[in-house]
Design a protein around this ligand. Structure first.
Ligand code: ZN
Ligand code: ZN
Length: 339
């Protein structure tokens, strides 16, 4: 169960245990005090449930306000403008950014995120099992297509506004650095799958349905799966432990009749990995090493249950039910490019 720490009470934990849950993942951020973390840790441990912390890395409103130049860019494609009809097209000497996404793919942001994790870990008592670090890829709509699950690119044919890493291993190095901070505790990077064929523009679908999410961009059969594979492979080559996968069907806008039931898309995340990694020169990821994160907020009790069941059917190592929001949205901001 993923929840805000204030919701991790003795009573709640007993109910979760009765419901078959085996662990608690408490959101770790600046909004909650050390005292709140102390009482939630006590409640979790008292019931014998494993305790983990969830740190949102890539989407950081504080850092984005403080350093707009560290934000992830919306790439050269302008299809994202259709999602934001009131937004302005960036002019000369400007670049559009995905507020409040501050990806680790800029050196400055990478270091700032690590320093923040140091500060956050000081808030929690030591007896936890591991930490989950979310959104270690690029920002959404990274090529400019507008798709929330287009995370592969950094400054796609637009000027950089900070020091960008050229290699695909920023997440791998980030996870290693976090691991060094927590010693033998488990570190679980959490990943989003990239755009898929049903996101392609209509004319590339041969009469099949489309979500329209990639606008006019044909990235699902272009760079996305290739770079996704390179980045995921760089991560899993050095990180031998578990990896989380975001399967938030409503948050990511994945409720369509063509997926079947409201929760029908959840299994597609695994199917995407099973197909994309081997097809692009990578290695299939054993499902036992994957932790699937499903949406338990802004859904009915029945829908949460259906989400848990469809996740469990995929044979993953663990299912995390998110009752705290894992916001994946963005809004465009224009940032000047300094010479
Ligand atoms: Zn894209
Ligand atoms: Zn794409």
């Amino acid at each position: 169960m993923l929840a805000e720490p204030a919701a991790v009470t003795k009573k709640a934990v007993v109910a979760w245990k009765t419901d078959g849950l085996t662990g608690v993942v408490a959101v770790l951020d600046e909004r909650f005090s050390a005292k709140t973390y102390q009482s939630s840790a006590k409640a979790a441990r008292g019931s014998g449930l494993d305790l983990y912390y969830w740190i949102e890395v890539g989407r950081d409103p504080n850092l984005a306000e403080e350093h707009p130049e560290w934000m992830a860019s919306l790439g050269m494609h302008t299809d994202w403008l259709k999602r934001f009809p009131h937004a302005k097209t960036p002019g000369a000497g400007e670049v559009a950014k995905a507020f409040p996404w501050v990806s680790i793919n800029y050196r400055e942001a990478f270091n700032a995120h690590l320093a923040r994790i140091d500060r956050l870990l000081r808030r929690v008592p030591p007896g936890y099992r591991g930490i989950l670090v979310n959104d270690l890829q690029g920002g959404p709509a990274s090529c400019g297509c507008g798709n929330l699950q287009c995370r592969w690119a950094t400054d796609y044919h637009v000027p950089a506004t900070a020091m960008k890493f050229e290699a695909d291993d920023a997440a791998a190095r980030f996870v290693a650095a976090v691991q060094a901070k927590v010693g033998s505790k488990e570190v679980i990077p959490v990943w989003a799958t990239e755009c898929d064929k049903e996101d392609l523009p209509k004319e590339k679908r041969a009469g099949e349905w489309t979500t329209g999410y990639s606008g006019t961009v044909g990235c699902a059969v272009g760079s996305c799966p290739k770079v996704f594979t390179q980045q995921f492979t760089a991560l899993t080559r050095t990180h031998r432990g578990n990896v989380g996968i975001l399967a938030l069907h409503r948050e990511l806008g994945r409720v369509f009749p063509k997926y079947g039931a409201a929760t029908g898309w959840i299994g597609h995340t695994l199917e995407y990995l099973d197909r994309t990694l081997p097809d692009n020169g990578g290695q299939a990821m054993p499902h036992e090493r994957l932790w699937l994160v499903v949406q338990g907020y802004d859904v009915s009790h029945e829908e949460e249950k259906a989400a848990r069941q469809s996740a469990a059917r995929t044979g993953v190592g663990a299912v995390i039910v998110a009752r705290a929001r894992i916001d994946q949205s963005f809004e465009p901001r224009i940032v000047p490019v300094k010479k």
